[in-house]
Design a protein around this ligand. Structure first.
Ligand code: ATP
Length: 294
């Protein structure tokens, strides 16, 4: 068995906002390299605060963060190095996209890294294409829609070619087509070895996408493990105020009434469940009915 490699290790980390509000309290967790990790939890659980401590934006009052096995270096060169490797796409693009035009905004990071003009142009072109936003290149930032700003924020992060991308609720302001194109781009990055970390409230989305799960509750981590572990007992999500994904609820109901055999693994998507019913249901009538549907 190969040993898991972690890009980040968070050790007994606590952070207090001004006014003694606990953002994080005794957090311990690991982010596996090359995987798709989701951080889940109710409002105010500390998900965004955790991402900010991973990128060194917030400095913990207690504990530490290891990046590639070394404690974070909060000096200017240390943070510059970290941010050339780790990109953060914030929940609200208005706090991230601030240059007058889209081109200037996406070029901001590469320009500050001292790249040559033609390299910057190539990066901007590539990054905007990757998020399906090439047509926005000359547009003034203040007139972009929320979803367009989100795409530009992601392009700005991609233009730095980071090996780790942290995304804070990336699907929250996007329409269905936007979500689909975002996730096909994330899957492409994942297949190239980029480590992806996303916060979300959307358990259905998380279930269909993630390899690794971190659950937070009231400022601390309460569970972490990979998909195979969580899929053995999705009901444990109730313990943390979350609900199991719809696909597992439907799957369990169909098992109970004998629509599908118990040997089938837990599906990640409704489409997996439907194709399992179409081929594996003990009832010929059910199989024929599914097969007759468009
Ligand atoms: N700038 C701030 N000043 C004071 N308290 C803050 C600040 N930002 C966050 N907090 C508090 O820290 C705690 C964790 O907040 P955080 O935004 O990390 O949670 P979250 O899990 O990302 O929530 P959500 O799902 O609603 O985005 C909350 O109690 C929040 O009120």
């Amino acid at each position: 068995m190969t040993k898991e490699v972690y890009v980040f290790e968070v050790q007994d980390l606590s952070y207090r906002y001004p006014g003694q509000v606990n953002g994080l309290k005794n957090v311990n967790c690991c982010i596996p390299e090359g995987k798709r990790t989701v951080i889940m939890g109710q409002n105010g659980a500390g998900k965004s605060t955790l991402l900010w401590t991973l990128t060194g934006v917030l400095r913990p009052h207690q504990g530490r963060v290891l990046f590639q096995e070394k404690p974070l270096d909060y000096s200017k060169p240390g943070l510059t190095y970290l941010r050339s490797r780790v990109g953060l796409v914030m929940q609200n693009p208005d706090t991230q996209v601030f240059c007058p035009t889209v081109y200037q905004d996406v070029a901001y990071g590469p320009t500050n890294s001292g790249l040559l003009k033609h390299e910057i142009e190539d990066r901007v072109k590539w990054a905007l294409q990757a998020v399906g936003a090439s047509h926005l290149v000359e547009r003034p930032v203040p007139f972009l829609s929320f979803g367009e700003k989100q795409k530009v924020a992601l392009a700005g992060v991609l233009a730095m070619r980071p090996s780790v991308i942290l995304l804070d609720e990336p699907a929250s302001g996007l329409d269905a087509a936007g979500v689909e194109s975002l996730f096909s781009e994330l899957d492409r990055l994942h297949s190239q070895g980029v480590t992806l970390v996303m916060t979300t409230h959307d358990i259905d989305l998380a279930w269909s996408w993630a390899d690794y799960f971190i659950i937070m509750d009231r400022g601390t981590t309460v569970w972490e493990g990979d998909f195979s572990e969580l899929s053995q007992d999705p009901h444990l999500l109730f313990e943390f105020g979350l609900k199991p994904p719809v696909v597992t609820v439907v799957h369990e109901s169909l098992l109970k009434i004998g629509f599908i055999p118990p040997s089938l693994p837990r599906p990640r998507h409704i489409r997996d469940l439907i194709s399992a019913i179409a081929t594996e249901s003990p009832s010929k009538k059910v199989r024929e009915w599914i097969a007759s549907r468009p």
